[in-house]
Design a protein around this ligand. Structure first.
Ligand code: PA5
Length: 436
């Protein structure tokens, strides 16, 4: 993995990298904020010890299933979804096919999912650390009922894996009562840092993803970033650059990809940085764009709109396949000048052209280069971003491991729904809405 930064005044960038290095030391010596949530730092090492159990469980679980529904939201869903959607064949239907639920409250989505599963043998992987999150709880209640009706309670219990807290929460209680196979989310690992724990590894193993390589990629990057204390450490460089850009007045970081395999990865990245840094009135707003697609929509704004954003571009060196542009005798479309070239060559030229256009219009670019999109590189990228995010959050002066802001909507929703204990608040909110 390589990183290229925009031009900064040399004393400023070296001071910022120095700061990043100090924050890293604070992080790994557990002297910083939120230091009871640092279990993720060692997940690339820990995950090696659970791979065999996970692979075995995944094999037994998926046998004979047409579909597996992964139920979870936020940190309990985005990592597995990002890697699965990045690595699955783009047009082939897999067996078992992996579906996602519990990450929305869309009635039509749930209805159509249940209908779709009607004639299928399916299983459920339900993931919730707290075991009480509303969205996955509703989806799981509906899907479990369907599974028990169609397969019978005994078989249904064998077709459910629960990934949750060691002892707390409603899901742990239910799993113990019903005898589901369970995996534990370590106490000291928060949702958005949990992809290399059973939260990500179990669904990915069921999907046939090579979780050993995923962990190896993360572990190699961890080793490299822990050992390299120089100014060339890419996590220090990235954390330093984005903090400097923030200080210079940029308020939005746009994660850009040129490969469709990285589209969902941006959703994981947005949660990681958004929930870790967006607090106390501070933080870069994490957004994403898929190029070249979005060059035909957002491209106009990036080139000429408000100067509020910088781009972090993930550049992929090699494609998995080769496909060249054919020569055509008529050349009516005028493309013969690139006949014989790989499509990826055109993509790279689009990338370079865009880099020149955007940077000259005042949009700084950070470039992160990976070799290819595979398990190994995903593992490395995940660990790199997690470590950079923690360092960057400390540089900003916030606790990157809590998310107090996500409670406000939940409280209001519970009050409006009439959840026991929230009656009075519900009354006040209904009056507020009436007068609004
Ligand atoms: O990062 C986080 O902590 C959150 O996004 C949680 O993962 C998300 O809210 C889901 O929580 P839970 O796993 O408790 O259902």
């Amino acid at each position: 993995m390589k990183i290229v930064l925009p031009e900064f005044e040399s004393n400023k960038i070296s001071k910022a990298i120095d700061n990043a290095r100090n924050q890293f030391d604070k992080l790994i010596s557990k002297q910083g904020k939120g230091n009871d949530f640092l279990g993720w730092l060692d997940l690339p090492v820990y995950c090696k010890s659970i791979i065999d159990e996970i692979k075995e469980a995944a094999k037994n679980f998926s046998e004979g299933l047409d579909a597996v529904v992964v139920v979870g939201i936020g940190g309990s869903n985005l990592g597995a979804k990002a890697i699965y959607e990045g690595l699955k064949p783009k047009f082939e239907k897999l067996k078992p096919e992996i579906l996602f639920a519990g990450n929305n409250l869309d009635e039509d989505y749930h209805y159509e999912l249940v209908e779709y599963l009607s004639d299928k043998q399916f299983g459920i992987i339900v993931i919730s650390k707290s075991g009480t999150t509303t969205e996955p709880a509703i989806a799981f209640r509906i899907l479990r009922e369907k599974l028990e009706q169609t397969a019978g309670k005994e078989i249904a219990a064998k077709r459910i894996i629960a990934i949750t807290d060691r002892e707390k929460g409603a899901l742990r209680k239910l799993a113990n009562e019903e005898g589901y196979k369970t995996f534990v989310i370590p106490d000291d690992v928060g949702g958005r840092y949990s992809v290399l724990s059973p939260v990500g590894l179990v669904p990915l193993a069921v999907a046939g993803i090579d979780i050993e390589q995923l962990c190896k990629g993360a572990s190699d990057v961890r080793k490299a970033l822990y050992e390299d204390k120089s100014d060339e450490n890419i996590a220090f460089m990235y954390a330093a650059a984005r903090n400097l850009l923030y200080e210079q007045g940029y308020k939005v970081e746009l994660l850009v990809n040129y490969n469709t395999s990285l589209i969902t990865f941006a959703e994981w990245w947005k949660q990681l940085f958004g929930e870790s840094e967006g607090k106390e009135g501070k933080g870069l707003f994490p957004a994403s764009a898929n190029f070249t697609t979005d060059l035909h929509s957002l491209g106009q704004f990036i080139q000429e709109g408000s100067r509020i954003l910088f781009e972090t571009v993930i550049s992929v060196k090699q494609t998995k396949n080769n496909l060249t542009i054919p020569k055509n005798n008529d050349d009516t479309d005028g493309l013969n000048y690139i006949a014989g070239k790989k499509i990826d060559y055109v993509n790279k030229m689009a990338m370079q052209g865009t880099y020149l256009a955007h940077t000259s219009a005042g949009v700084p670019n950070i470039i992160i280069e990976i070799d290819k999109v595979d398990e190994y590189n995903f593992g490395g990228l995940i660990y790199f971003f997690e470590l950079s995010c923690a360092i960057s959050g400390y540089m900003l002066g916030v606790n990157p491991f809590d998310q107090p802001g996500v409670e406000a909507y939940k409280r209001n929703m519970f009050a409006l729904l009439g959840k026991p204990g929230y009656e009075e608040e519900g009354e006040t909110l209904r009056k507020k809405l009436k007068n609004a």
